[in-house]
Design a protein around this ligand. Structure first.
Ligand code: C2E
Ligand code: MG
Ligand code: MG
Ligand code: MG
Length: 294
């Protein structure tokens, strides 16, 4: 009948219409599939270095999604989507699991021992069971708690609900997890909150690095943060270091750890391993050799 045809017609076309109306909804269902398929998601690793010697000081795991049709989609795009559509707990668990698995694999290779830092979403702290999940993974992969660090963005820590989070952070830290404040300086924060948080490290946002050394304001901010951190026995990682002039400024300012394209781009685990085998990045020669490459 005409009615039946009409219904079939609308059923058949509804998904397409929805996708046109909101392409993000299509992306959400693709992401749900990616979590099942497993092979579309991967972690890339960006090393952190002492700015003067190039010595390895840590590495950050950054999530990548290779969409089967659309190619690489940035975490800046799909993480907020996952958060809004109830997929963050699962995605976050995938990251914890896979970073631990990678750390365990590297125990038996020439890769040097260092902490792998992973990014933790607000929702994993507010709603999830990060403590037991992390503890389970560490145990299963026979890792020390110090081998997996947790980065929490400043905006999360300044969230009003963060009050309730402090005991949870304390639990994590008592169990040995290194904790870092990510994107430090981007919130409309007073520095006072740092005093109340059980953290080991701040990651100075690249907004303050970008215009170094020309910007006097940024130079003053970076210098002040380094002095404050020193006084509070906090480590500092400067993010987004791209140029020799930035590196030199940070050396002179006494910064002991930097992350950025100048030293290394985020790389798949296998590629990082290959580069490491070719030239261990513990000399400043490596720093200039890899600047601007890849
Ligand atoms: P983030 O944690 O602050 O990570 C640093 C970002 O800066 C990364 O972008 C990295 O590729 C980029 N970057 C590193 N060095 C440089 C540089 O020298 N210059 C410039 N312009 N950029 C640099 P990416 O990988 O696109 O990640 C963006 C954000 O997505 C991350 O910012 C983090 O907030 C979030 N994210 C990434 N992976 C995860 C994850 O596994 N879980 C969660 N919850 N969030 C993640
Ligand atoms: Mg981070
Ligand atoms: Mg960061
Ligand atoms: Mg950042």
């Amino acid at each position: 009948s005409a009615k039946r045809q009409g219904r079939n017609h609308s059923l058949r076309f509804r998904p397409a219409l929805d996708q046109q109306a909101n392409p993000r909804l299509a992306l959400v269902s693709d992401l749900r599939e990616a979590l099942v398929a497993g092979d579309q998601l991967e972690l890339h690793y960006q090393t952190q270095h002492h700015p003067a010697t190039g010595a390895l000081t840590g590495m950050e795991a950054l999530l990548r999604w290779r969409h089967p049709r659309d190619g690489m989609i940035s975490p800046g795009e799909f993480i907020p989507l996952a958060e809004r559509h109830g997929l963050m707990a699962e995605l976050g668990a995938w990251v914890v699991e896979n970073a631990c698995a990678q750390q365990a694999r590297w125990q038996h290779t020439a890769m040097p021992a260092t902490t792998i830092w992973i990014n933790i979403s607000a929702l994993q702290l507010f709603q999830g069971d990060l403590e037991s999940q992390l503890a389970g993974c560490l145990k299963r992969y026979r890792l020390q708690a110090s081998q997996i660090g947790l980065e929490l963005t400043e905006s999360v820590l300044l969230d009003e609900r963060a009050g309730d989070m402090v005991p949870r952070l304390e639990t994590l830290r008592e169990r040995g997890a290194p904790l870092a404040v990510d994107d430090f300086g981007t919130g409309y924060s007073s520095l006072g909150y740092l005093k109340h948080l059980p953290v080991d490290k701040v990651k100075l946002d690249r907004a303050f690095i970008r215009e170094l050394p020309e910007s006097r304001a940024d130079a003053a901010i970076v210098t002040a943060v380094l002095a404050m951190a020193e006084g509070m026995a906090l480590d500092v990682v400067a993010e987004g270091v791209e140029t020799e002039a930035q590196r030199q400024f940070l050396v002179d300012a006494g910064c002991r750890s930097v992350q950025g394209f100048y030293f290394a781009r985020p790389l798949p685990a296998a590629e990082l391993e290959a580069r490491w085998a070719a030239s261990p990045p513990n000399t400043s020669a490596h720093a200039s050799a890899s600047a601007g490459s890849s």
